[in-house]
Design a protein around this ligand. Sequence first.
Ligand code: RB5
Length: 142
Amino acid sequence: MKIVLAADHGGFELKEVIRKDLAQAGYQVVDAGCYSTDSVDYPDYAEKAVERIVTGECQRGILICGTGIGMAIAANRHRSIRAANCFDIYTAKMSREHNNANMLCLGARVLGTEVAQEIVRIWLTTEFAGGRHALRIAKFSE
Ligand code: RB5
């Protein structure tokens, strides 16, 4: 599985932690920026990551900003994106099982680092349940 990561300045430090975790766990990772804590605009980085999913280069994406909210709003403007802003293990698990989320959004100013790391681990290893959930997703997403 190839995963694209992107963050704004608020999410940069957590992105670095997650990038190292993913590499260590053997995932292929594309780092779409940003590359420092200099102030940038989250929609630009959401777009860079979304592009990698839409083209099929990456299967999943993780977007990090201060709250996860801006990244989720921006990414979900694309019909094929199902971006879930998750705050705990349960929402991370459900976003995969029920919503087949292909992007995970994290709020670096909201979550502790270890909680965020665990959310990522669960999100990447939980399968979509399909069935009735697939029918529901087909009503709004490709
Ligand atoms: C940047 O200060 C902040 O607004 C951004 O990281 C994010 O939280 C937006 O939703």
